[in-house]
Each structure stands twice: as structure tokens, then as C-alpha cells.
Design a protein around this ligand. Structure first.
Ligand code: HBI
Length: 354
């Protein structure tokens, strides 16, 4: 059974700009996998979106502000000539040509518009609870249109009090890009946007205490935050490796003893953790957010008490108990494009059957 699918991208940046963060990868991975399975896919995204192989309809207009920059009680902001509004006006016009519209934006408008459309709309919610206005509309649509809300983890769903009323999709990526490495060199890894909610300072502190060099990969999003870490830990053995394309990142990451995952907030999932597992790299993560559903304690890594540097240091001492190949196997079993494609296809079928 083949479907005609309209994918509505994030309005905070054009596809390929990196502004959309993890959701850019999620959209292209799911689109590629649905096309491979014989479905038709069209992606609607802000002007300037590029993709080598995916059919994109570019929409002009003012970008939306990132939800994580908003306070919990702030109202919705819709700028003049909003690209979000323009994207959904396009969807309204072409909806009859599609069996299902899939929304990847973490925004109020697409959710609010659901009852106004004839074509069913599925919403993949990409982050945990951030603002009251989003919580309210997500819970309302989850109740009114059961089964149409998708999430990446149960922990994320719990931040909206959605445990039963949503479909948990985990995530998935093209594992053929990630090479398994069984001979690590003597250093730890940390990967992510360098920003306060990611808790990099704890990984740096663990490197200082253990004396194991720490390689840091990712976009320096907050320069002052980075400077403060360098001032607070002047003699920590750290090396900033830059924001690398996936092929280079996985080459470097694969050679590390472990990936330290130190989030201060509830990460909906943990794409970088899957990338590490795919290379055979064990995880040492705070017991918080989506990571708690990824790390297989003692088998593919360790979960430690949140915000405890001592917990990280303790876990690092037990790394030789982990079989690196078990990490690769977990990625292949749960997080391949194939496995993710099955979960997404089942989600779509369930909605279309209604
Ligand atoms: N903020 N307003 C808004 N809309 C989005 O779609 C959005 C966002 N912030 C972050 C984001 N999407 C993605 O980078 C994460 O969900 C992965």
C-alpha cells in the first residue's frame, strides 16, 4: 500500500542550514526511507533549503524564533510574512493531492490547524515540554485526534503527560555511514551544540580528574559559555575538534573510549548517542531524558546520577567491562533506517486506517 506524503519542515531555518538541528536529519532520513519503500514524498521547507535527492517545495517568508529561546509563559509570536503561515497556506491549497501531511515543526500553528484540514495530519514532536501554549495544544490534539502525535521517547512524552496518547518512534539513521572501531585511542568524547543546557563543563571536569584527554565536537553556539569553561578549567586535557560533517565526525568519534552525555535538560532522544553506538563507542550518560531509554546499563554503557561529575568519573573506571561490538549491535537492532522506517510506516498506517 503506497501513500502520497507531504512533509512540513521546521520554520526556524532552511533544510541544510543546521539551524533546524536534529530535526533536519530526522526529516531527510524518514523521507529517504519512505521513498525507498515506494511512497511518494514532497518536503515543504523555507526558501534556501537544499537537498541532493529529496523533492523540496521552497516557501518564502520570515523565519520563526526557536522555541527553546522562549519563556514558558510567553505567547506565540507570528512575524509579518511568516514562513510558517505561508508553508501551511501552501499545504491547505495542495492537501487534496496527498493522503497524509506530516508536521515536523515544534510550533503551535500546525497543531491548531489540524481540525481545519480535510487531509489527516501527523505531528512528530521533536522536543520535550518547553512552553505552556505548546503543552496545551499538543495535549488537545493528542486527545481530539488520537494516534496522530509521534514522539522520540517515553521520557519526552512524560513531560507532556502524554504517556499513553502518543506513538514512540525512537529515531534512526543511515548506519552505513558509521564504521565500527574496535581499537580506541586513549581519549573520551563529547559531542553537541556548545551551549549551557548541554553541560559540557562536567565532561571537562571529568577529563581533568581522570587525566584522560577529552575531544570536543560541535557547533560553538555560545562563545561566552565556552570561554568560561576554558577559564574555569585552564589545565584540563581538552581539544576542540570543530563542527565536523558526519563522515569525519564518525571517523574521530569511533576512536574514543566512550561518549560522555551530560544534558542539563530533558533531551527528547539523543542522536549523538546513536552515532556513538553505531561506531562501537560506549555511552556514559546522566540518567535524564531520552538517554535513559537508550543506554543498556553495563552492556552498552552506564547511566549515572544527573549532574554528578563523580558519577561520570566512577563509570569511566568500568569502561573495560563493555564489549564495543554490543554497542554496534544495539544500533543495528533498534536505530537503523530500516527499523525506524518500520515504526514510522506503522504509525502512518494506523492514522490512515481511521
Ligand atoms: N523551534 N519554533 C520552533 N520550531 C521548530 O520546529 C524547532 C524549534 N526549535 C528547535 C527545533 N525545532 C529542532 O532543532 C529540534 O526540535 C531538534
Amino acid at each position: 500500500m503506497y501513500h502520497k506524503l507531504l512533509f512540513m519542515s521546521t520554520p526556524i531555518g532552511s533544510l541544510g542550514s543546521g539551524l533546524g538541528g536534529g530535526v533536519e536529519l530526522t526529516i531527510s532520513n524518514i523521507a529517504k526511507e519512505m521513498l525507498r519503500r515506494g511512497h511518494q514524498v514532497k518536503i515543504v521547507a523555507p526558501q534556501g533549503s537544499i537537498s541532493s535527492s529529496l523533492p523540496i517545495k521552497e516557501i518564502p517568508g520570515e523565519l520563526q524564533i526557536p522555541a527553546q529561546n522562549q519563556t514558558r509563559t510567553e505567547p506565540i509570536f507570528i512575524p509579518k510574512n511568516s514562513v510558517l503561515a505561508n508553508m501551511w497556506d501552501y499545504a491547505r491549497q495542495v492537501q487534496a493531492d496527498y493522503d497524509l501531511i506530516v508536521n515536523f515543526a515544534y510550533d503551535w500553528l500546525p497543531l491548531y490547524l489540524t481540525p481545519f484540514f480535510n487531509t489527516p495530519i501527523a505531528h512528530l514532536i521533536s522536543m520535550g515540554s518547553l512552553t505552556d501554549v505548546m503543552d496545551q495544544i499538543i495535549e488537545q490534539i493528542a486527545t481530539q485526534f488520537t494516534g496522530t502525535i509521534g514522539v522520540h521517547s517515553q521520557t519526552q512524552a512524560a513531560t507532556f503527560k502524554l504517556e499513553q496518547q502518543c506513538t514512540c518512534l525512537l529515531n534512526g539513521m543511515d548506519l552505513s555511514i558509521y564504521q565500527f572501531c574496535n581499537q580506541p585511542s586513549y581519549n573520551l568524547a563529547w559531542v553537541g551544540r556548545i551551549a549551557p543546557e548541554k553541560g559540557l563543563e562536567d565532561a571537562v571536569a571529568s577529563a581533568k580528574i581522570t587525566g584522560i584527554p577529552l575531544k570536543i565536537f560541535g557547533l560553538k553556539q555560545d562563545e561566552t559559555y565556552w570561554q568560561k569553561i576554558c577559564q574555569d578549567y585552564p589545565d584540563a586535557p581538552i581539544e576542540y575538534m570543530g563542527f565536523l560533517p558526519t563522515v569525519e565526525l564518525q571517523q574521530q568519534l569511533g576512536k574514543c573510549l566512550a561518549l560522555l552525555v551530560t544534558p542539563r535538560w530533558v533531551e527528547a532522544f539523543g542522536n549523538v548517542a546513536i552515532e556513538a553506538l553505531a561506531c562501537g563507542v560506549p555511552l556514559i550518560a546522566y540518567h535524564r531524558g531520552g538517554l535513559t531509554e537508550i543506554v543498556q546499563e553495563g552492556k552498552t554503557g552506564f547511566l549515572v546520577e544527573p549532574d554528578s561529575v563523580q558519577g561520570l568519573v566512577e563509570a569511566i573506571k568500568h569502561l573495560d567491562e563493555i564489549d564495543r561490538y554490543a554497542c554496534r549491535q544495539q544500533a543495528e537492532t533498534n536505530y537503523s533506517l530500516e527499523a525506524m522506517g518500520d515504526r514510522v510506516e506503522q504509525w502512518f498506517q494506523k492514522i490512515l486506517k481511521k
